[in-house]
Design a protein around this ligand. Structure first.
Ligand code: FES
Length: 81
């Protein structure tokens, strides 16, 4: 089963820098050849703007996401095997 990564593309998360994280995740997937293992896409505002940017990985929500902290999440979730 693919790991689903969803990033909020709503305006609040955008103004908090989600765009940088979108690019970071794209590059990460490419660099680690995870295209077949990861389904990465954007979504609308989930209403948790105050804690954004918001990223969901397999339905678990992560708050205040930035390239600096998402790298640890991606490593721990995607580099298990
Ligand atoms: S804009 Fe991202 S949760 Fe609202």
């Amino acid at each position: 089963m693919k790991t689903e990564i969803v990033i909020c593309l709503g305006s609040s998360c955008f103004s908090r820098g989600s765009k940088k994280t979108v690019q970071f995740i794209k590059d990460y997937i490419k660099e680690n050849q995870l295209e077949d293992k990861v389904y990465f896409h954007g979504n609308h505002c989930s209403g948790n703007c105050a804690n954004g940017p918001i990223v969901k990985i397999n339905d678990k929500e992560y708050e205040n996401v930035s390239p600096d902290n998402i790298v640890f999440l991606l490593d721990s979730i995607l580099k298990k095997d």
